[in-house]
Design a protein around this ligand. Structure first.
Ligand SMILES: Nc1ncnc2c1ncn2[C@@H]1O[C@H](COP(=O)(O)OP(=O)(O)OP(=O)(O)O)[C@@H](O)[C@H]1O
Ligand SMILES: [Mg+2]
Length: 523
């Protein structure tokens, strides 16, 4: 009505001024203030718009009566390509009320056609979208800032929950994609969780609580001046669940995974660049660390008087026991230009040095089948915060696998069968992967699966027994041979007096009058 009046009564050149005047008058008498949050801020996307949209969509879709926002009757639904989550949205020009700290506010989603295409480096959408927030003037000082912070935080949380996790890899080598990104990603859909992971329940609970403390520990890390990161070293025989544990960690915390292929990284600075391009709330994984890098080459670069390109790490004395890979690409004996290659020092800098703190809330996980091959520098305390041994399948782990694969709960299996399984499980030293295979093969017939499993465990236990007997025999034979050798090499007694070594031995021995077999032996 006002607009029609404006158009008919007021001449066009005065309309704008009169409109402004009306607005001022209205603002004076209105008890509300209004905030517009537009989708595009100049030419950039307004992050706050996205956050508000996400926040309101979650409130709008909520079916619980206690939801903060009053649901609207009309919602738009969207689902991204390859995404498993559906996003609800406010339909155009719809309203929604929300309550924050006891204060009511109203949101309105306003969509208007863009009138003229303004100059821009990139094409702008045809519609102008924005949210208008209406707050009572007297409430504004108390809630505005806190409310917007709350919305931003909530939106991040929703984004993490809804978004499929991503698995990144640097398998392209050092090349970058069209956006200058060194990582390639695929949706991460590994179903492993701590529930399905077969391991000692106490150890599992300890790891879960450690992860929880880490994720909730922002204030602690800030207070203590520590970088908000944590390192786990998972070690154990193949097939004991190290990779499954990483997937379970990612699913538990809702983090992305960066699977770092060290063999694809050529220099320390490349490694640093990769690190800089990882996001917070992520797990950076280096699998089979003992195979990925020749960890002795820092010693080479240090001892040659130079410093490796990432060499801000402390002295090199502890590097002497590294595994080395004779003849391998990083072998110091083999390769004279190691200054260009990735070094242990660079790797330690990556996890530990100043660069490791770009971004925050990051977990480093290294896995290995041979912990004894790792350099002490990697193992020393404080470097990897937690060392987790993934062992052969124990009885509690077996129960978890039986539940996963055959649906058996506590009490479902006869006590005698359980006792027989318990009797051989430790001796058999079968990995959860081996046991899973037996159970998968026979999963259609639970009885058969248990029989086959027991049989497999017994055969394996018997083999272990035979192998250990053979080892003992070989050890005994070796010991006897060693004793014999010692007896022959030791100084011989002449008339009850031991003589020195060297030539005298032979002389004295012969003089000592010992004859026969031993004489032959010495000759
Ligand atoms: N502890 C476990 N709990 C449940 N399943 C397991 C466990 N360990 C192994 N498995 C099963 O065995 C398969 C192989 O396990 P996984 O790849 O996690 O072993 P790994 O320790 O990483 O082996 P590798 O050292 O060879 O990399 C998985 O697909 C999983 O189904
Ligand atoms: Mg693995």
């Amino acid at each position: 009505f006002c607009q029609t009046l404006l158009h008919t009564v007021i001449p066009p050149e005065l309309r704008f001024a009169v409109l402004k005047l009306f607005q001022r008058l209205f603002n004076c008498f209105s008890s509300y203030c209004y905030y517009e949050i537009t989708e595009i801020d100049g030419v950039n996307t307004n992050e706050l718009y996205n956050a508000v949209q996400l926040y309101l969509s979650s409130s709008a879709s909520s079916t619980t009566p206690s939801a903060a926002a009053t649901s609207s009757n009309r919602l738009s639904l969207t689902r991204g390509l390859n995404s498993s989550a559906i996003t609800f949205g406010l339909a155009n020009n719809d309203r929604l009320s929300d309550v924050f700290n006891g204060v009511s506010v109203v949101w309105e989603h306003i969509v208007t056609p863009r009138q003229s295409q303004t100059f821009s480096w990139r094409p702008l959408p045809e519609e102008k979208r924005g949210f208008t927030l209406r707050i009572n003037k007297r409430d504004k000082p108390q809630i505005l800032e806190a409310y917007l912070d709350f919305i931003t935080e909530k939106a991040n949380e929703i984004r993490r929950k809804n978004q499929d996790r991503l698995l990144y890899t640097n398998s392209r080598g050092g090349s970058l994609d069209s956006r200058g990104h060194p990582w390639e990603s695929v949706p991460f859909k590994h179903p492993s969780t701590f529930d399905t992971l077969a391991m000692d329940p106490a150890k599992k609970a300890e790891i879960m609580s450690d992860l929880r403390d880490f994720a909730d520990g922002q204030a602690f890390y800030k207070r203590t001046g520590r970088a908000w990161k944590r390192g786990y070293l998972l070690y154990g025989p193949p097939g004991t669940g190290k990779s499954s544990m990483i997937a379970a960690m990612a699913n538990f915390l809702g983090y992305d995974i960066y699977d770092l292929e060290l063999t694809e990284v050529n220099t320390n600075s490349e490694l640093r660049k990769l690190l800089m391009k990882t996001s917070s709330k992520s797990i950076i994984v280096i699998e089979d660390i003992d195979c990925s890098i020749n960890l002795t080459n820092r010693k080479k670069s240090n001892s040659s008087g130079g410093r490796s390109s990432g060499g801000a790490f402390d002295g090199g004395s502890e590097m002497r026991t590294g595994p080395g890979a004779p003849g391998g690409p990083g072998d110091p004996e083999n390769n004279g230009n190691n200054n260009n290659s990735i070094t242990l020092s660079g790797l330690l800098n990556f996890t530990d040095g100043l660069w490791s703190c770009c971004g925050s809330e990051r977990i480093f996980v290294f896995t290995t089948n041979h912990i004894e091959k790792l350099d002490p520098a990697l193992l020393r305390s404080g470097r990897m915060d937690m060392h987790v041994f993934m062992s052969y399948c124990s009885f509690p782990s077996l129960k978890i696998l039986l539940k996963n694969y055959l649906g058996y709960d506590d009490g479902d299996i006869e006590t005698e069968v359980l006792a027989k399984l318990a009797e051989v499980i430790d001796e058999a030293e079968m990995t959860p992967a081996d046991i899973s295979e037996v159970l998968i093969k026979n999963r259609r017939d639970n009885g058969k699966a248990l029989r086959e499993l027991l049989e497999a465990l017994r055969i394996r236990a018997e083999k272990k027994r035979v192998a250990s007997r053979r080892r003992r025999l070989v050890a005994d034979v070796e010991e006897i041979a060693e004793e014999e050798k010692r007896a022959l090499d030791s100084p011989k007694e002449v008339g009850g007096v031991a003589t020195g070594g060297g030539d005298d031995v032979e002389v004295n021995y012969k003089k000592g009058g010992k004859e026969g077999e031993e004489d032959n032996g010495i000759n």
